[in-house]
Ligand binder design. Structure first.
Ligand SMILES: Cc1ncc(COP(=O)(O)O)c(C=O)c1O
Length: 367
């Protein structure tokens, strides 16, 4: 009922993708990354659908973790950036969330906190993911500092276990030697400290087997979008989880020389049938989509014609001249990859999926 735009979420495909990731880990340890509301798919629904498969979940903030806890998720939850201020610590500790420690200031806050609140006998202790800057230069300790920080941490009464983690900058490009350089740094720290590693994001999970030890951290692949810059046998096995679907709400014919939409960006070269689709940038469909961005109408590839508006977009119906109002439209999904659409929008699948706005209804199914 109502506006026909809907994001259908295929939880069976999600489980398939998770299992594909898990199979790349010798120890079955793949932490499902479900930050940013499960990359736009609904973090709670995604966690519920994976809870019997995934040993843990990763999110970006205490708020995101709390949302999962409130929904009854009991698997361990890792905070990928740890905490942002000391005020978060009491709740974080009470809940037993696992945390990344990426900076000296966080270590100082933890040391100070536990000096005033010592952990006694039976109290739970923290699982710390010590972040190493192996070359991305975003978060993490310099490799030369890591040994000292690691030794310090494992001696603290409030620490249960320390895992060494790092993030790849260029793993989507299988020919880029930078990933191997990052790997070498992490392998040598592992040898030195005998610690468990967590390195592999989605591109590394699919394309860099030597990074697939310890805890994998797949994100985008769970949702069925390959992050690799080129085709790959594993990437090709992923199944799209989200189908962004709508309908034509109007069909009209314009004559050669007539224009469509804001700014008149599309000008018909000949008599052209134009369909109007209920989907716009107010739903998260990218306004930067260029002329020719593919859109499926009745399963047939058509081209975006004119600028995307807030609630609507317009499509050249030349390939489907019989199309009528009410006919189905796929903006992305199993028949039109979100990666392909992203390529026409000067962006990546991640922004399209996470950018879907709350007014788009999500419908879940698992068959
Ligand atoms: C630290 C960390 N690990 C893992 C991931 C998952 O990355 P991807 O979605 O490319 O698998 C992210 C996502 O940005 C991240 O920040």
């Amino acid at each position: 009922m109502g506006r026909p735009l809907v994001a259908e979420i295929n939880l069976k495909a999600l489980r398939h993708n998770y299992q594909l990731a898990q199979q790349q880990s010798a120890s079955d340890r793949a932490i499902a990354v479900i930050k940013a509301d499960g990359y736009g798919h609904g973090a709670v629904q995604v966690a519920q659908a994976l809870t019997d498969l995934a040993p843990a979940f990763a999110v970006a903030s205490l708020e995101e973790a709390e949302q999962l806890t409130a929904a009854g998720i009991t698997r361990p939850i890792l905070l990928l950036e740890g905490f942002f201020s000391a005020e978060e610590l009491p709740l974080l500790i009470r809940r037993g969330y696992h945390l990344v420690v990426h900076s000296q200031w966080q270590l100082d806050v933890l040391n100070h906190y536990f000096a005033g609140n010592p952990v006694s006998g039976g109290q739970p202790r923290l699982q710390v993911w010590l972040k190493v800057d192996s070359g991305m230069h975003r978060l993490g300790f310099d490799p030369e500092q890591v040994s000292d920080v690691y030794q310090h941490l494992i001696q603290q009464s409030w620490v249960e276990e320390v895992i060494l983690t790092s993030h790849f900058a260029c793993a989507d490009d299988l020919h880029n030697p930078f990933t191997q350089q990052q790997l070498n740094i992490m392998q040598s720290l592992k040898k030195q400290l005998k610690a468990t590693l967590s390195l592999a994001n989605s591109p590394a999970t699919l394309g860099w087997p030597s990074a697939c030890e310890g805890w994998l951290r797949p994100g985008i692949l769970l949702y069925g979008a390959s992050p690799l810059a080129s085709g790959h046998p594993l990437g090709d096995q992923l199944q799209a989880v989200m189908t962004l679907k709508s309908q034509l709400i109007s069909v009209r014919t314009i004559e050669a020389g007539e224009q469509v939409g804001y700014g008149g960006r599309f000008v018909a070269q000949q008599t052209t049938i134009i369909g109007v689709v209920a989907c716009g940038y107010g739903d998260g469909y990218p306004r930067q989509a260029i002329e020719g961005t593919p859109i499926l109408v009745n399963g047939i590839k058509c081209n975006l014609a004119g600028r995307v508006s807030m609630d609507m977009l317009t499509v050249d119906l030349t390939p489907v001249p019989d199309a009528q109002p009410g006919d189905p439209v796929e903006l992305w999904g199993p028949n039109l990859s979100v990666n392909e659409v992203a390529g026409y929008c000067d962006t990546i699948s991640y922004t399209l999926l996470t950018g879907l706005l709350p007014r788009v209804k999500r419908h879940y199914f698992s068959f």
